[in-house]
Write a protein that binds this ligand. Structure first.
Ligand code: NAD
Ligand code: UDP
Ligand code: UDP
Length: 327
């Protein structure tokens, strides 16, 4: 093998990647996939919603490093790429300390962008479909600017993420940073927090425990659920695009379900005797959500491969094992 090729291979093997929020649900899957690909991974997390247990199986890997750190404070490390995922993602967690949620999105983005600027590193932001708020355009394309309440109980998350996108694009325009912004739609899978109040984890845990399944409102609101493996694949492809591509790009599964349909599917898949009960709809709860993924198909050559029934089976197995070992 010639020395140039060896050097190129060497350079690839030596790529060091920072994942903020790496001990969370999505972050832990991302760390795992990057290690499998041969990268060095620095996982930074303050363990607010993430856990050491999520990355326990990676701790023995010499290419993996775990650091407790809060991204609202500056971070001086040396890396080649940054995936910025740090931020609580479920409504009950991000509403627990809303001021801290906005700080995490905004100060966290400034610090990670400052780090990327000093290192000339590529940086990806885990943004969200929440930037579209309660959308008037359906499905949502990236060109839609959204309908977001700036002063409601979801605003700390929605507006924090919108401001982070603004910062990413201003660092790109002003400092020529290589940025990638991905807008993630509802994603589920193993290692979701069992008590995070999100609909998939709630319904599965309730069904497995034979408790009532809590439908908020009439259950006619819709969401589109993406299995975690599909999502991580799209995120890595977005990072690997050339410098001309910044996003924002929607990533998610465009197959839309009502929340009632999801509940019925979970009951069927678990064989549970649980009953459906109706509880009040939380304020500002979006009525419908479904990504337009034409851009992701075109630029990333990607679309989800795991249907909801299959993804739910894997997730039900995870929660069933998890509940047994933590009982
Ligand atoms: P998660 O809560 O499991 O993970 C977030 C991680 O960030 C946790 O490990 C948490 O401890 C860490 N964190 C929070 N504040 C921090 C801080 N100040 N400093 C350092 N670490 C901090 O949630 P997730 O579902 O894995 O979401 C990951 C990212 O993806 C988030 O930015 C979220 O907004 C985004 N996202 C997720 C979804 C989804 O459906 N899962 C949808 C849209 C966007
Ligand atoms: N920063 C950091 N690590 C670095 C470089 C910068 O955490 O390696 C933080 C630092 O807190 C700084 C912020 O990123 O305030 C923004 O950096 P930038 O260079 O854009 O602005 P300035 O340093 O002028 O505030
Ligand atoms: N939801 C529900 N029962 C639950 C949890 C959530 O009916 O136990 C509904 C919630 O009102 C929302 C949808 O399911 O309409 C998705 O909620 P989640 O918190 O998972 O995600 P988001 O609202 O952020 O999309």
């Amino acid at each position: 093998m010639d020395s140039f090729l060896l050097f190129r291979l060497g350079a690839k093997i030596m790529k060091k990647i920072l994942v903020t929020g790496g001990a969370g649900f999505l972050g832990s899957h991302l760390c795992e996939r990057l290690l499998e690909r041969g990268d060095d991974v620095l996982c930074v997390d303050n363990f607010f919603t993430g856990t050491k247990q999520n990355v326990q199986h990676l701790l023995g890997n010499p290419r993996f490093e775990l650091m407790r750190h809060d991204v609202t404070f500056p971070l001086y490390v040396e890396v080649d790429e940054i995936y910025n995922l740090a931020c609580p993602a479920s409504p009950i967690h991000y509403q627990h300390d809303p001021v801290q949620t906005t700080k995490t999105s905004v100060h966290g983005a400034i610090n990670m962008l400052g780090l990327a600027k000093r290192l000339k590193a590529k940086i990806l932001q885990a943004s969200t479909s929440e930037v579209y708020g309660d959308p008037e355009v359906h499905p949502q394309p990236e060109s839609y600017w959204g309908k977001v309440n700036p002063i409601g109980i979801r605003s700390c998350y929605d507006e924090g993420k919108r401001c982070a996108e603004t910062l990413f694009f201003d660092y790109w325009r002003q400092h020529q940073l290589q940025i990638k912004v991905v807008r993630i739609f509802n994603t589920y899978g193993p290692r979701m927090h069992p008590n995070d109040g999100r609909v998939v984890s709630n319904f599965i845990v309730q069904a497995l425990q034979g408790k009532d399944i809590t439908l908020y409102g009439d259950g006619q609101q819709t969401r589109s659920f993406c299995y975690v493996d599909d999502l991580i694949e799209a995120m890595m492809r977005a990072m690997d695009t050339g410098s001309e591509f910044t996003g924002p790009v929607n990533i998610g599964n465009p197959v839309e379900f009502t929340i009632r349909e999801l509940a019925e599917l979970v009951i069927r898949k678990t064989g549970s005797q649980s009953r459906l009960i109706n509880l009040p709809l939380p304020s500002d709860d979006p009525r419908q959500r479904k990504p337009d993924i034409a851009l992701a198909r075109d630029v990333l050559g990607w679309e989800p491969a795991v249907p909801l029934t299959e993804g739910l089976e894997r997730t039900i197995k995870y929660f069933s094992d998890h509940l047994r070992t933590t009982a």
